[in-house]
Design a binder for this molecule. Structure first.
Ligand code: MN
Length: 139
């Protein structure tokens, strides 16, 4: 079965770019243009990875992560933030908000793809226990 990735991103061009790229690479892609749609898809599909834009109107990515991590049904889902924050200390701040990793925009797509491949490689070996041993490899 194809690994499933959920993209939550309000920018339609970014969303389409990531969707097209990840579909081409063989992933099953779900995409949401806002946080509430993203939460619904996360609950319904338990994707193997969520790529979460932080700057979104109405509900920002941190709020979406707070809700997902506060819900026993979705708290084990792995969420990587996509953000233009790239200052020293931002990594700690982003992790403190519950994200399991982050990527700065503009995205380095080759690096992102490589990390996604590694993530699902680790996932394939550990999915029986649903532990989260790959947190430290997310960055
Ligand atoms: Mn945005």
């Amino acid at each position: 079965m194809k690994p499933t990735i959920l993209i939550v991103e309000d920018d339609s061009r970014n969303r389409k770019l990531l969707t097209d790229l990840l579909t081409l690479k063989g992933y099953a892609v779900l995409d949401a243009p806002n946080g509430s749609t993203g939460i619904g898809l996360a609950r319904a599909h338990s994707p193997g990875l969520i790529l979460m834009d932080i700057q979104m109107p109405e509900m920002d990515g941190f709020e979406v992560v707070r809700i997902l991590k506060g819900d026993p049904q979705t708290r084990a889902l792995i969420v990587w933030a996509l953000t233009s924050y790239a200052m020293p200390g931002d990594e700690d701040r982003i992790r403190a908000k519950g994200c399991d990793g982050y990527f700065t925009k503009p995205l380095d797509l080759r690096d992102l793809l490589a990390r996604i491949e590694r993530h699902f490689g680790a996932h394939a070996q550990t999915q029986v226990t649903r532990e989260r041993p790959y947190e430290s490899s997310c960055l």
